[in-house]
Design a protein around this ligand. Structure first.
Ligand code: UDP
Ligand code: MG
Length: 137
């Protein structure tokens, strides 16, 4: 069993995709073990994406991520990290495989609907960034 952190980003919430995203995860055997809706401050978005702080898109990304409500969720399942990444598709929707969340719904490489942790260490950091032990099953 593995855990991962996923986010329905502000564009996904604006486009009424919360149910679609969570539905895809549940239909593929992932269990929601923690979930909450909130709006991130700019500072919270900067802390979450700290690994990207030197990248040219950091300012725009953190502005976007704090532009409206998001749905934060911790998911559990066999190979959960890769499963979520596969369901999301590539960062750039133009390169995302057909049938993935980003291919179906993303508008751009930045506004790409969904986040998923990329490795066990980042999953642990990201789950801990948003959830305390009492908020997880
Ligand atoms: N991003 C962007 N421009 C880029 C690359 C990434 O705006 O050239 C944004 C996009 O929202 C992406 C996030 O930054 O989801 C984090 O980038 P990462 O490379 O970690 O992509 P992901 O793991 O989300 O596929
Ligand atoms: Mg990433």
């Amino acid at each position: 069993m593995e855990r991962t952190l996923s986010i329905v980003k502000p564009d996904g919430v604006r486009k009424n995709l919360i149910g679609d995203v969570i539905g895809r995860f549940e239909k593929n055997g992932l269990k929601v073990v923690g979930v909450k809706m909130t709006s991130l401050t700019r500072q919270q978005a900067e802390g979450f994406y700290a690994v990207h702080r030197a990248r040219p898109f950091f300012g725009s990304l953190t502005e976007f991520m704090s532009s409206g409500p998001v749905v934060l969720m911790a998911l559990e399942g066999d190979g959960a990290i890769k499963k979520v990444r596969d369901l999301m598709g590539a960062t750039d929707p133009k390169k995302a495989a057909p049938g993935t969340i980003r291919a179906d719904h993303a508008d751009s490489i930045e506004s790409n609907v969904v986040h998923g942790s990329d490795a066990p260490e980042t999953a642990a950091f990201e789950i801990g960034y948003f959830f305390n032990a009492l908020e997880l099953l």
